[in-house]
Design a protein around this ligand. Structure first.
Ligand code: C5P
Length: 249
């Protein structure tokens, strides 16, 4: 199969495994199909950064899904360290505020320049999908609905120099309307029709996410838990190809 580079750069593969060995195996098996590998807190707190060095060595891009939130100076320094560790994508909580986001971008962009890398992709997390309208209202005393709050925080993230946001495919269109088409949206919770659902609740197909404007799709168990991983990946490519074609028509 000819690998379409326009699709490859949209594929973010979640390395939600227990050991560095398992992660390396997935990376080697799937690297031709994956634009960016995602390392989350569960993996990192168990295994540290050995796999970061491995990905640097083989030239694989990775996203450190670290969700920073602290005082601006601490986040600035941590952001610079994340770039020096080799990540080209990372994220933070928009709820840390505009100054924290600006400082983070400054720290990361300076570190990228200093190490001769392209500017990083910095994504803000708006409202975690585990936070319902009730939690926002009852615990945080926020009168907006989650959807309204997501777009408010996305706009703040844009104005604070973020590249984009992490959001559900169901929110992507609205975010693009408010923040413009160049503001990137990375969507987790993606499942093709043929794939098992697992514990995820609001799931979108790759084709739906693309039609709603998603720039990056986080693919996890739909591929990693499939019996034939390359076959599953190829089917996802075909689905995205079809959706992109319809989009351009
Ligand atoms: O295997 P699956 O496709 O469900 O993997 C989803 C990945 O996306 C996990 O790494 C998970 O942490 C992340 N994620 C998510 N839902 C969110 C935010 C992040 O599933 N709302």
């Amino acid at each position: 199969m000819n690998i379409n580079p326009e699709i490859r750069e949209k594929i973010v593969l979640a390395l939600d495994v227990d050991t560095t060995e398992e992660a390396k195996k997935l990376i080697m098996e799937l690297k031709d199909y994956v634009g960016v590998f995602k390392i989350g807190l569960q993996f990192y707190t168990a295994n540290g950064t050995e796999v970061f060095d491995f990905m640097k060595e083989i030239g694989a891009e990775f996203f450190f899904d670290v969700k920073l939130m602290d005082i601006p100076n601490t986040v600035k320094k941590a952001s610079a360290n994340i770039i020096r560790s080799g990540a080209s994508f990372y994220n933070l909580h928009a709820l840390g505020g505009a100054e924290m986001m600006r400082q983070s971008a400054q720290g990361a962009n300076d570190a990228a320049k200093e190490t001769g890398k392209k500017p990083p992709v910095i994504l803000a997390v708006t409202v975690l999908t585990s936070i319902s309208d009730e939690v926002l209202h009852d615990e945080f005393k926020i009168s907006y609905s989650a959807m309204e709050y997501v777009t408010t925080l996305a706009k703040l993230a844009k104005d604070s120099g973020m590249t984009g946001v992490v959001a559900s495919a169901f929110e992507a269109r609205k975010i693009k309307e408010v923040c413009g088409k160049d503001f990137k949206v990375l969507c987790p919770g993606i499942r093709p029709q043929w794939s098992v659902k697992g514990d995820q609740k609001r799931l979108a197909t790759p084709s739906f996410a693309i039609k709603e404007g998603a720039d990056y799709l986080v693919i996890g168990r739909a591929v990693t838990a499939a019996e034939d991983r390359i076959g599953a990946m190829k089917k996802i490519y075909e689905e995205i190809e079809e959706a992109l074609k319809q989009d351009k028509e």
